[in-house]
Design a protein around this ligand. Structure first.
Ligand SMILES: [Zn+2]
Length: 188
């Protein structure tokens, strides 16, 4: 805790120790590197699915307050990173301009919109901003790790014993199939 300064305005737990090249708080233990915010989240709130990244709601990368973090997919994280410059409407416009003008290049669009050419490529291919913000928001809700009570976990195990499929239980409980799998495997 001696390497954390609390900001009383934002509630951020600002890491005053070392940060990595991307600005995230990190520590080295037994030769291994750990991201401090991820560690804090796992200790205080719960395990994060390996395939999810931690998005900082406060946009302060070296904040380690777990309540400012949200585990999201890498794709959502990238989409949010672009959010400062772009939105679904602009992305649609870019796709339209590219499709309707044979002489239009990705580089021209990048220059026009002040984005990287790779970002334009992602937009055109529908990797990013393929969907409206409402759709993305509901996607985030679905990806958010649900914390189940002991009673709920028992209920899920019960349903599994009765032969219910993991996918049907996941949709009933509004979580990912991976979570159900973890419960089944006794790793929850
Ligand atoms: Zn914060």
């Amino acid at each position: 805790m001696d390497r954390i300064a609390i900001c009383h305005l934002s509630g951020c737990w600002i890491w005053t120790g070392k940060v990595d090249s991307r600005g995230y708080a990190r520590v080295k233990r037994n030769g291994r590197r750990f991201q401090v915010h991820r560690f804090a989240y796992e200790i205080i709130i719960g395990e994060i699915d390996e395939n999810l990244q931690c998005d900082h709601a406060c946009r302060i990368r070296h904040c380690v307050n777990p309540f400012h973090l949200e585990p999201v997919t890498a794709r959502t994280n990238v989409q949010r990173g672009f959010a400062a410059k772009i939105n679904f409407e602009i992305a649609e416009k870019i796709r339209e301009e590219y499709a309707s003008d044979k002489n239009m290049t990705q580089q021209k669009l990048a220059d026009k919109y002040g984005l990287f050419r790779t970002s334009i490529s992602f937009i055109i291919r529908g990797v990013n901003w393929a969907r409206s913000e409402e759709e993305i928001a509901s996607n985030v809700t679905n990806n958010r790790r649900k914390l189940f009570s002991t009673a709920q976990v028992k209920e899920i195990i019960n349903l599994l014993d009765k032969g219910r499929t993991q996918s049907s239980i996941a949709s009933e409980f509004g979580c990912t199939q991976y979570t159900i799998w973890k419960i089944k495997a006794g790793k929850y």
